[in-house]
Design a protein. Structure first.
Length: 291
């Protein structure tokens, strides 16, 4: 197959599998799997665009792309059609939150690459990467550490170590360190955010958590709300709650989702922004499984 030739998707899948089988170790297989997948994605998208009147396009999109875990450009853009009036960065963060939560973390790179491509200056691109890292880190409280690690790995795979973006990223301070805050400061910060989210119901919610297990309330208030969610250097409270909506939609936890929708409104999100975050997260979750 020559560069520029129309892609035979069945042949491409066969080549991908054959190349994968040439490697000796499982670790090497995984490395090639990722490298080949990233290398062919643009060619596949370009070829799909050229096949609009060909039934091969539908067959490829329905059959090959899910096997390679590649999101079509058409599918991604259909998601963001649901995102208005969310700002572009925010829409990308909500989509990434939903993908991370639903354990489609490999697709985080596709969304991040799309947004970085829309930004023209390395400082802006680096700031978006930092916002994304922060949003994924914050959502550890909802999605768990393994998915957080996988999502961050996917994100950082698109940042070349010697690039201008990497250089600009290294200049941005990390908001958490062992000396940044003491325990009481973190706990008080968590209590304040907890009260802002739950308002007059805060004491009742805390009481229910303590009845389940006193340590649960302490960990949620101090570690989740204090150390993670209340940090505002890169994402403010409203933005954090919108990411929480994105993370909660795939988990089928309506009580918690309702609480964070209300919390987002209390922290400054409009009803239109909340509904956009819900639409986008649902589109990402459902259409990823059945595009």
């Amino acid at each position: 197959m020559r560069v520029g030739d129309p892609i035979d998707f069945t042949e491409l899948l066969g080549e991908w599998r054959a190349a994968r089988e040439k490697l000796l170790s499982e670790d090497e297989r995984d490395d090639l799997d990722e490298a080949v997948r990233i290398a062919i994605v643009d060619r596949m998208w370009d070829s799909l665009d050229k096949l609009k009147s060909d039934s091969t396009r539908a067959a490829a999109a329905a059959g090959l792309l899910p096997k390679l875990h590649i999101l079509s450009r058409e599918l991604i853009e259909s998601w963001f059609a649901e995102a208005l009036p969310l700002p572009d960065n925010m829409a990308s963060l909500v989509a990434i939150s939903a993908l991370s939560s639903s354990n489609h973390t490999a697709d985080v790179a596709s969304i991040a690459r799309r947004r970085i491509g829309q930004l023209t200056q390395p400082p802006d691109q680096a700031y978006f990467v930092q916002q994304t890292r922060e949003s994924i880190m914050k959502m550890t409280a909802i999605i768990g550490m393994p998915r957080t690690i996988n999502a961050l790995t996917s994100l950082m795979s698109i940042v070349d170590s010697g690039s201008e973006v990497s250089s600009e990223l290294s200049k941005l301070p990390s908001p958490r360190s062992s000396t940044a805050y003491n325990y009481d400061q973190i706990r008080n910060r968590g209590k304040q955010l907890f009260a802002s989210v739950y308002d007059r119901h805060a004491d009742v919610v805390e009481g229910k958590l303590r009845a389940l297990y006193p340590d649960l309330a302490e960990v949620i208030i101090t570690d989740a709300f204090g150390r993670l969610l209340s940090e505002t250097r890169y994402l403010n409270g409203c933005e954090t709650e919108l990411c929480a909506i994105g993370s909660l939609v795939p988990q089928n936890v309506p009580a918690q989702l309702k609480s964070h929708c209300i919390g987002a409104k209390r922290l400054g999100a409009s009803e239109e922004m909340i509904q956009a975050a819900l639409r986008l997260a649902k589109a990402v979750f459902t259409r990823r499984l059945a595009p």
